[in-house]
Design a protein around this ligand. Sequence first.
Ligand SMILES: CC(C)(COP(=O)(O)OP(=O)(O)OC[C@H]1O[C@@H](n2cnc3c(N)ncnc32)[C@H](O)[C@@H]1OP(=O)(O)O)[C@@H](O)C(=O)NCCC(=O)NCCS
Length: 253
Amino acid sequence: MRFVEMRGTFRPEGDIATPELSPGEAHVWIVRLDALHGHAEAAADILDEAERARARNFRFDRDRLLYRLGRATLRRLLSAYLGIEPADVPLRTGLHGKPELGAPFDTPPLHFNVSHSGDLALYAVTRDGPVGIDVEQMRPIPDLQGVAELVLSPLERTTFSSLDTGRRQAFFHEAWARKEAYLKALGDGLMRPPTSIEFGALLGEPGEAIRDREDEAASRRWRVTAWQPEPGYWAALAAPAFTESIALFESVE
Ligand SMILES: CC(C)(COP(=O)(O)OP(=O)(O)OC[C@H]1O[C@@H](n2cnc3c(N)ncnc32)[C@H](O)[C@@H]1OP(=O)(O)O)[C@@H](O)C(=O)NCCC(=O)NCCS
């Protein structure tokens, strides 16, 4: 997938211009949730009863705030695509916990997925088919070697071990983001061991090979692209193989 120039911005309040979303295209909105802290009340107003109940269950105020802001942002973004009010976006939870749109927007569906880490939230939207997105803030991991063994495939581990210590962090976070995005696109695959999925791009191979022990056709079905949306973060988008381009949209303060 190639990136196309940024074509829009998300503002904390006010209408979002209806984005034109063509077949073969995925939109990724990059939103800084810390810039939205002053807009928490407006955010709480557009959540539905299930979201409010979930928000109340968070133990820490910061988690509750980020959840409210993240969900309200999702509603505002989807409302721009659907041409309805944010509070009216019929969000429901799919069989394995993946949020999706309910009737009448489920045929043909607008597909989306969400990820947050640190102060960043990323939202992917496409009409092409299921998508998965992941963002990871790079943080020091105390037992990186041990965690790498739980996440990386044997070949990825060999490459990881050949790197100097400084580069291992970035390699690991990119791998994690790719795997999580891919598993989130599958939706029902979150319980699978990430070691059973391997990306040629991480091994220095040309092209976008995906080796999935449970799907020999993974490279024909899916594309997974990774990039750094900001220094200190890795992100990845998994989309159907015929999705050709990713348009990035950024938030402004
Ligand atoms: C549920 C899970 C996807 C959440 O991921 P996370 O990294 O903690 O959080 P993210 O911010 O990236 O994603 C959370 C969002 O994913 C979405 N989500 C939830 N269940 C999902 C599913 N089954 N499929 C796709 N997306 C899902 C939701 O929108 C959620 O946001 P919300 O809680 O605000 O509604 C994840 O914890 C999980 O189960 N992963 C297992 C896969 C694995 O083993 N990964 C290891 C690294 S490769």
